[in-house]
Design a protein around this ligand. Structure first.
Ligand code: FES
Length: 97
């Protein structure tokens, strides 16, 4: 079990600041196995634009909010980058477009 402080920080860092609207990169994840990465839908241009802003980008990076869980992805292993860029903190609420 994670110590509370670390757990809070981990939750804060993975807050999905834009709630999946492709306006941040706080949901950046790294797919650990190329086999599984190749099973994912290709990222859109908008996702790639946000990934370009992600800290610690790798060739198997994705935005977690854009990955749709499907049965064939059972066993998918993800890593979280060491850091993230989150410009929206402390009570920020995304505005509807
Ligand atoms: S939560 Fe902002 S792009 Fe995924």
């Amino acid at each position: 079990m994670l110590p509370t402080k670390l757990k809070e920080e981990a939750t804060q860092r993975r807050k999905r600041a834009c709630e999946g609207s492709l306006a941040c990169s706080t949901c950046h994840v790294i797919v650990m196995d190329m086999e599984y990465y190749n099973k994912l839908e290709d990222p859109t241009d908008e996702e790639n634009d946000m990934l370009d802003l992600a800290y610690g980008l790798t060739e198997t990076s994705r935005l977690g909010c854009q990955v749709i869980a499907r049965p064939e992805l059972d066993g998918l292993r993800l890593a979280l980058p060491a850091a993230t860029r989150n410009f929206a903190v402390d009570g920020y609420k995304p505005k509807p477009h």
